[in-house]
Every structure is written in structure tokens, then in C-alpha cells.
Design a protein around this ligand. Structure first.
Ligand code: HDD
Length: 733
């Protein structure tokens, strides 16, 4: 294969030689080739082609005659093209992914004998695919939706898939209802509207009629459903799995991923605009961070309940519409996952990857969770219609450990298995089943008794306690966002029956919530609500996960300039941002060269019309009399700054730009500096009289910092200036 293996793949494989992470990359390298200018164009059967431009035809220089069906080159091309698309995933069609590695830093040997969770010296290669649920493959990234968070571990004992979401609960308790909840949420059947939205009659009609969804729709209306980045989401296995230890003891478990960067979201107005301005926002964000070497990381946590305690809770621990509150079952973080490599080709890796909840390895098992049991059937089945019966042979799906069995044939079988027998038992004792000591998967000997019936345990019938728990645990800002989300969603339901009933349903969670939303969307205002139990579970609020250390790494920061800008401030900001691993993006009034006051010039990355304020996390504007004058006269520039302020972003300005910012925001309550002192007001950091040494200070990102860059960077690291919203400032913008 030498020469066909891309240098990038070889390099990574060589660097990682001997490591488990390299095993999957080396495995993929066998099927990977580069598009090079050395190779000549051929057909799929290897014959070189002399032209790629003309179909074989009866022709002369005077006359272009009819084409000949005989042309195998042309037919192969068109025929291949006609069949390029495969069915998109029936849910989670829109997604993107990356390679990485997983390692436990603390053994979970008390819970499991699976080496992937006990061997702290072991590195396990992974591929992760993030997705939205409802939209088609070409839909926008930033819509309000649950995000998929699916991890494939290529362990030495076989593939293990955790097919999770960024929300820890689900809409339904029993898998048999999956087609209904998805049909209700997807575009309506008569007109295929709306795309990638839950804001329509059918979705909310189902939610009202199906009370077990109540907890989940509260999460879906929270900021969790509009993440800033895939890198800033938690991931949850959602279902209850089991772990079995070497002593044969079994625990019920839930799996959690918590991002190093913290859990952060877009604001709704930004999400709506981005869906049009940059529909690939999340896809590009993941790619950019990995390409820049700022690898996203997640801690891996387990909640465990001993088998004997299964019935000690007031909820059923097998009910996927319930969380296990952390004050009852704490999360123990034992490992870390890092994503460090972008795919080589989208289709053969991100599109062809096939996850199955039924893929578990020895030491890990299922539970009787009725959602999980149904999922175990569904995923395998859907891969057959999407990819064909031999989907596990595709390079991205095949395990890195040996595979040997008597499964044979089927469309697009690749493996050529030599030998005279294809059955067990056989006279050669070829390919015998493994003994337990050899690592065979042995099911836990679970005692099962009961009657055959279509029913769930009584505790599954409580549909409101945890919806209340979630609401009670939200911060003031989160509650406000949930109210606004209901306001938006129910406003899009034109059937009064739908929005009228839904506001009544909200009274089962909180009367004040129901009344505010009813007022907003025009439903009858409920007078009575279900009594609230008053309990809280802090870890349900995303504000509990701000990130491990304040950082601005990978944050996108715009630097706004026009001709005449202050080169000293510009250079200082650009250098400081780059060294903090942020992404400085120079935005000019034009994209051709912009000349500084001192005669030096810069080629901006974008102009104001191309890169919108929604696409960055913060803005810096250097002074320079002429530049500031030009920006002040530019309506787009004023809108840019104002919009960034409205979206609660940190804004930094020096010299003459301080007045520009003041003017753009136009709020007396936001004060700015008028001297050589650094000033901060509602996340607007200003320094009027610029002394260069104030800009070149060492930047430590910590609370209480005094320098200009330090304050500016700390503001960015906090993601948003929530005080603007709490004090109602952005409403005035
Ligand atoms: Fe599912 C895809 C997550 C319930 C049936 N699901 C899919 C993906 C994720 C989830 C992340 C995309 C995987 C990828 O990137 O390829 N699904 C969940 C979670 C659920 C859940 C967290 C609740 C705990 N799903 C669920 C049920 C069923 C399915 C109850 C059916 C009974 N899901 C599917 C599917 C999909 C899928 C139809 C579509 C594409 C695929 O499987 O590979 O089989």
C-alpha cells in the first residue's frame, strides 16, 4: 500500500506506533488513499482514461453527432454519481465527528472487569459523532434541538458504543413509542414543514397528550438545546446500563461526559441568525478547534447503584425519563476523552459510522430499561437499510481486534475467508466459541420472574416530579430563557387547541411559568397549578459546569478596523489573543488591505458584511482617529457592536474607539473609561488613554485582574456578561 497511504495518516500512525490510538488509524490506513497529482485518472476497473470531458459520440469538427451508449467511461461516471446518496439517518441525520482517545485515570475495578474502564495504562481509540435529531442532512447546526453524542470505543475486546445525547433524559419510557414521538416532531406529513424545528402543532400536540415527555420537553426548551459548540456540551448515555465486576457483582450505572471547557450555550436570537448566516457553525467550530490543536476534552463519569438498592428510590431507576439526582447518586469521574484528529473524508467516516447500543464488551451489560431494550433492536436494524448487512466491515466500523465467525455473504461482502467449513461444530474444531477465561462475553445470570404483559412498573407513572425538580433547579436566567423558548415555540403553533392545552400542562410544573407563557402566547391563563415539592438538584443547571479553569483558548475574537487604525493596540491584542490560543479574526470595512495610522497595513480576514458578530465570542476595537470616524459613520459597524452587546459578549476598546463603543451601545448605564485607567462596565472593557505598556502586560486569566487584556480576557472566559440580561440592559438594545 506504500504510496497510497496519505502522509498525514502515516505520520500519525507512526507517531502513535505502539499506542492503541494508532491501531485504529493504522487499520484505516489500509483503505485510505490520497488524491495526488502523480496518479492518472482511471476507471474503477483500473483502465487509464484519456479524457474526462467528452462522451464518446459520432462527431466531426463540423458536426457534434449523437452519443454512444457504448462508452463505458461515461456510463461508469454517471452511474456512480446517480447512486452517490445513501438513505440519511431517519433521525440524527445532520452531524459531524472526530477521532480521539480515551483513558481512565482511576480504575473502576470495584464496578467492572472491563479493561477499558479499569486499566489506567490503556489508551482506547474512539470516534465521536455529534448530531441534531430532527433536521435533514443539510439542515442548520444551531436549531433548537437535542444533540446526539455518540462514542465508539475501539477496545481490545471489541467495539463498545455509548449512543447518548446532550440531555440526560428522553421523551418516552418504552421504545415502542419512538416512531410516534419522531413522527410528531419531524416535518408535518401534509406539507413537510417545518425543517429541523419542534415549533409546530404536531410536536406540541404530542407533548400534551403524552405526559411522560414532560420532563424531557423542559430540557429541550432550556439552553441545553442551543449549545455554543459541540465542545461545550455534556453527554449522557441516558439509559441505565450495568457493570459486572470480577466478583460477579452487578451495579446499575449511568454514564456522563463533562466538557473541560464548561457547558455553554448560544443566545436564542444568535442561534436563529446563525442558522442562516452560518448553517455549518458547529461543524466548523469542531473542525477549527482540532485543526488549531486546541483539542476538546471531556471527563468521563459513572453513577452507580448496587443491584440490591434497585428499588430504594421514589423513581424507577430503569426509567429513561428520570435522572438520578446527584445528591442521591453522585457522579464519580474516572476518565478522560480527547478529540484530536479530524476525519479524512466525511462520507466514509462520519456518514458511514454505525452505532449500536447493543455493542457492549465483557464487563458491561444492559438493564431491563424498556427504552434500551428496544434500542438494542433498532440500531442494528437501521444500519442494514442504511449501509447493508455487511456494515460492520466498513473501515470506520470494523473493530481493531480480530473478528472470526461463520457469518457469510450478503451484499458487498468484503472479507475473503479461506477454508472448507462455514459452520460450527465442524470436524476441524475451526473457530470454536471462546471460554470465559479466554474473554468470552458471558451474560449475567439474572433471575427473571413475572407475567407476560404490556406494562411498566408503577413508578413509571410519575411524570411531573422530575419536571418540577428541573424547573426548581434552574437559575433566574435559565428560567427566563425557558419561558422565552415556550413563547417562541407555542407562538408557532397556530392551532389554539394546541397552545391552549400546552399552557395548562405547564401548570403541572409551575403555575408562574404557565401563567407567564399563557399571557405571552395568548392562551387562557391557568388559575391553579400542581403543588410543587420544592426539591432542587443543582447539577441539573448548566451554570454548575463553568469549565475547569478560565480560558479563552479556541474562542473567536473579532478585531474591527478601518483605514487609520491604531497599529500598536491592534498588534498587542492580536499577539495576546494568539498566545492565549484564541482565534483573532480581523474584520475590516473592506477585505482588501487596510492601512494603519502609522502607514503599516493589514489584510483583514473578512469584511463586516461577511463575518457577522454572531460568529464570534467577543470584539476588540483599537483606536485611531480616522478608523474610528469611519466605523462611526458605518451603519453596519454600529449594528455589529450593538448586536454583540445585545448577545452579551465581552467588548474591548482602546483610545478613540471607547467613544465609538459608547455611542453604538447608547446606554448611559454602561460607563466607559475617560482616562488612562482600565474601566469595566457590564462586560465592556475600555482604556481611553492608551499607554502601550498597559497592553503588553503578561496576561493571566483570573477574576479580579486589573490590566486591560486581563480584564478583557477574563470577560471572554466567562462566556457571557449575564448582568446585562439580569439588569435588563440588552432589552434596551
Ligand atoms: Fe436513537 C440514532 C441517541 C432513543 C433509534 N440515536 C441515534 C443517534 C443518537 C441517538 C446519538 C445518532 C448516532 C449516530 O451519530 O450515528 N436515541 C438516542 C438516545 C436515545 C435514543 C440518547 C434515548 C435514550 N433511538 C432511540 C429509540 C430508538 C432509536 C427509543 C428506537 C426504538 N436512533 C435510532 C435509530 C438511529 C438512531 C433509528 C437512526 C440512525 C441510527 O440509529 O444509526 O436506530
Amino acid at each position: 500500500m506504500a504510496g497510497l497511504v496519505p502522509e498525514s495518516v502515516q505520520k500519525v500512525a507512526n507517531v502513535a506506533l505502539g499506542s492503541r490510538e494508532g491501531d485504529k488509524l493504522k487499520d484505516l490506513a489500509q483503505n485510505t488513499k490520497d488524491t495526488t497529482n502523480k496518479d492518472r485518472l482511471t476507471t474503477d476497473y483500473g483502465v487509464k482514461q484519456g479524457t474526462a470531458d467528452d462522451w464518446l459520440r459520432v462527431a466531426s469538427h463540423e458536426k457534434t453527432g449523437p452519443m454512444l451508449l457504448e462508452d463505458p467511461f461515461a456510463r461508469e461516471r454517471i452511474m456512480r454519481f446517480d447512486h452517490e446518496r445513501i438513505p440519511e439517518r431517519v433521525v440524527h441525520a445532520r452531524g459531524s465527528g472526530a477521532f480521539g482517545k480515551f483513558r481512565v485515570y482511576e480504575s473502576a475495578a470495584d464496578l467492572t472487569f472491563a479493561p477499558v474502564l479499569t486499566d489506567t495504562s490503556r489508551e482506547t481509540p474512539v470516534f465521536v459523532r455529534f448530531s441534531t435529531v430532527l433536521g435533514s442532512r443539510g439542515s442548520a447546526d444551531t436549531v433548537r434541538d437535542v444533540r446526539g453524542f455518540a462514542v465508539k470505543f475501539y477496545t481490545e475486546e471489541g467495539n463498545w458504543d455509548i449512543v447518548g445525547n446532550d440531555i440526560p433524559v428522553f421523551f418516552i419510557q418504552d421504545a415502542i413509542k419512538f416512531p410516534d414521538v419522531i413522527h410528531a416532531a419531524k416535518p408535518e406529513p401534509h406539507n413537510e414543514v417545518p425543517q429541523a424545528q419542534s415549533a409546530h402543532n404536531n410536536f406540541w400536540d404530542f407533548q400534551f397528550n403524552h405526559t411522560e415527555s414532560t420532563h424531557m420537553f423542559m430540557w429541550a426548551m432550556s439552553d441545553r438545546a442551543i449549545p455554543r459548540s459541540f465542545r461545550m456540551m455534556q453527554g449522557f448515555g441516558v439509559n441505565t446500563f450495568t457493570l459486572i465486576n470480577a466478583k460477579g457483582e452487578r451495579h446499575f450505572v449511568k454514564f456522563t461526559w463533562t466538557p473541560e471547557l464548561g457547558v455553554h450555550s448560544l443566545v436564542w436570537d444568535e442561534a436563529l441568525k446563525l442558522a442562516g448566516q452560518d448553517p455549518d457553525f458547529h461543524r466548523k467550530d469542531l473542525w477549527e478547534a482540532i485543526a488549531n490543536g486546541v483539542f476538546p476534552k471531556w471527563k468521563f463519569g459513572i453513577q452507580a447503584i448496587p443491584e440490591a438498592d434497585e428499588h430504594k428510590f421514589d423513581f424507577d431507576i430503569l426509567d429513561a425519563t428520570k435522572v438520578w439526582p446527584e445528591d442521591l447518586v453522585p457522579t464519580r469521574y474516572i476518565g478522560e476523552m480527547e478529540l484530536n484528529r479530524n476525519p479524512d473524508e466525511f462520507f466514509t467516516q462520519v456518514e458511514q459510522i454505525a452505532f449500536c447500543t447493543s455493542h457492549v464488551v465483557p464487563g458491561i451489560g444492559f438493564s431491563d430499561d424498556p427504552l434500551l431494550q428496544g434500542r438494542n433492536f433498532s440500531y442494528f436494524d437501521t444500519q442494514i437499510s442504511r449501509l447493508g448487512i455487511n456494515f460492520q466491515e466498513l473501515p470506520i466500523n470494523r473493530p481493531t481486534c480480530p473478528v472470526m465467525n461463520f457469518n457469510r455473504d450478503g451484499a458487498l461482502r468484503h472479507t475473503i475467508t479461506r477454508g472448507t467449513v462455514n459452520y460450527w461444530p465442524n470436524r476441524y474444531e475451526a473457530c470454536p466459541p471462546a471460554a470465559k477465561e479466554e474473554g468470552a462475553y458471558v451474560e449475567y445470570a439474572q433471575k427473571v420472574m413475572g407475567i407476560k404483559a404490556r406494562m411498566r412498573s408503577d413508578k413509571f407513572k410519575d411524570h411531573f416530579s422530575q419536571a418540577q425538580l428541573f424547573w426548581n433547579s434552574m437559575s433566574t436566567i435559565e428560567k427566563r430563557h425557558i419561558i422565552n423558548a415556550f413563547g417562541f415555540e407555542l407562538d408557532h403553533c397556530e392551532d389554539p387547541v394546541v397552545f391552549g392545552r400546552m399552557v395548562q400542562r405547564l401548570a403541572d410544573i409551575d403555575l408562574n411559568l404557565a401563567q407567564t407563557v399563557a399571557e405571552l402566547v395568548g392562551g387562557e391563563v391557568p388559575k391553579q397549578g400542581r403543588p410543587n415539592h420544592g426539591r432542587h438538584a443543582p447539577a441539573l443547571s448548566q451554570t454548575e459546569f463553568p469549565g475547569s479553569t478560565p480560558t479563552i483558548a479556541s474562542r473567536r475574537v473579532a478585531i474591527l478596523i478601518a483605514d487609520g487604525y491604531d497599529q500598536v493596540a491592534y498588534n498587542a491584542a492580536y499577539a495576546a489573543l494568539s498566545s492565549a490560543l484564541a482565534v483573532p479574526l480581523v474584520v475590516g470595512t473592506k477585505r482588501s488591505k487596510v492601512t494603519a495610522a502609522n502607514g503599516k497595513s493589514t489584510q483583514p480576514h473578512h469584511h463586516l458584511e461577511g463575518l457577522r458578530s454572531t460568529m464570534v465570542d467577543a470584539v476588540f476595537i483599537p483606536g485611531g482617529a480616522k478608523s474610528v470616524e469611519a466605523l462611526t459613520r458605518n451603519g453596519r459597524a454600529l449594528h455589529w457592536i450593538r448586536e454583540a452587546f445585545g448577545h452579551l459578549k465581552t467588548i474591548g476598546a482602546t483610545g478613540e474607539a471607547v467613544d465609538l463603543v459608547h455611542r453604538a451601545i447608547g446606554l448611559p448605564s454602561v460607563s466607559v473609561s475617560s482616562s488612562g485607567d482600565v474601566h469595566e462596565s457590564y462586560g465592556v472593557v475600555t482604556l481611553k488613554e492608551l499607554r502601550p505598556e498597559r497592553l503588553t502586560e503578561v496576561v493571566t486569566i483570573a477574576k479580579g485582574a486589573t490590566g486591560f487584556m486581563e480584564k478583557f480576557f477574563y470577560g471572554i472566559s466567562q462566556h457571557r456578561c449575564w448582568d446585562r440580561e439580569l439588569d435588563g440592559l440588552n432589552k434596551q438594545v
